[in-house]
Design a protein around this ligand. Structure first.
Ligand code: CO8
Length: 254
């Protein structure tokens, strides 16, 4: 962890803040590596049940990969870059994650938000992929995730033109789940993770895996995975507690 990434815990919620406001929270490779390592650290920490990622200040969640960092890299480094891997660690973490976006989420910043399970944003936020204007492409999952989450036409439009997407449009497309004022966005993200953390932890993990598999399996294979995940949950104390709490008209204690 370095000063550019702040990790805190509030209740059961881990909060990661990209802390480079003077550079609109541009993401160096070290920053993304540190975020992914923090997810790994918290993965085994029983006290943290989910993660919020946000950016310092209200001008940017993150305005992309740090372009000065990219200037020093050529084919060899980019062939072996860990960027996609670190984003995948975040996306595939058993911990549910919420990106709280206030301001620009561009390039690698949009990709970081897409690596989270849920995105919430302020109405003034802007999303986009400016990379083709720099002679490069989104390279940390952007071409693959935007087309899967919002459709190939949407990905073509934003990647090939660099056009910014308003928060309202992102909300319409389902990329953003909730809109909140800047003053409330951090608390709203914490509340979402806190609410998830009160649900069955194994159910959350298996639901994440089942939903994720829908992006690259056949319907039959995905349904099979869902069936087996559900059957596995029926052998758990968590399921016993969840169903008993409903019948007993009380709050479950997972
Ligand atoms: N990298 C480095 N510095 C940045 C970045 C960035 N991405 N974005 C902003 N900054 C810096 C600016 O240089 C400026 O610094 P300084 O004050 O020292 O001059 C400061 O932040 C404030 O920025 P601006 O003065 O430009 O603020 P504006 O409000 O005028 O403009 C914009 C805001 C429109 C967001 C503008 O800053 C901008 O266009 N930024 C670049 C956006 C961009 O192109 N992002 C994509 C980067 S490439 C990328 O993300 C590739 C990801 C894939 C990599 C995966 C590898 C495997």
């Amino acid at each position: 962890m370095n000063d550019a990434v702040i990790a805190e815990v509030s209740g059961r919620v881990g909060i990661i803040t990209v802390n480079r406001p003077d550079a609109l929270n541009a993401l160096t490779f070290d920053v993304v590596r540190a975020i992914s390592q923090q997810f790994d650290t918290w993965r085994d920490d029983q006290s943290v049940h989910g993660v919020v990622i946000t950016g310092a200040g209200d001008r940017a969640f993150a305005a992309g990969a740090d372009i000065t960092d990219l200037q020093g890299k050529r084919v060899a480094e980019m062939t072996d870059t860990g960027m996609q891997h670190w984003m995948t660690v975040i996306r595939e973490s058993p911990l549910p994650s919420v990106a709280a976006v206030s301001g620009f989420a561009l390039g690698g910043g949009f990709e970081l938000a897409l690596a989270c399970d849920i995105r919430i944003a302020t109405p003034a936020s802007k999303f986009g992929f400016p990379e083709t204007g720099l002679g490069i492409i989104p390279g940390a999952g952007g071409t693959q995730l935007l087309s899967r989450y919002a459709g190939i036409s949407v990905a073509n439009y934003h990647v090939l033109t660099g056009a910014l997407m308003s928060a309202e449009r992102a909300h319409q497309l389902g990329l953003v789940s909730e809109l909140h004022d800047a003053a409330d966005i951090r608390d709203a993200a914490i509340a979402l993770v806190q609410a998830m953390s009160e649900r069955g932890p194994l159910a959350l993990r298996l639901a994440k895996r089942a939903i994720r598999s829908s992006a690259d399996t056949s319907l039959a294979a995905g349904l099979e995975l869902e069936l087996l995940a559900q059957a596995a949950l029926f052998g758990t104390a968590e399921r016993d507690e969840g169903l008993a709490a409903f019948v007993g008209k009380r709050t479950p204690n997972f």
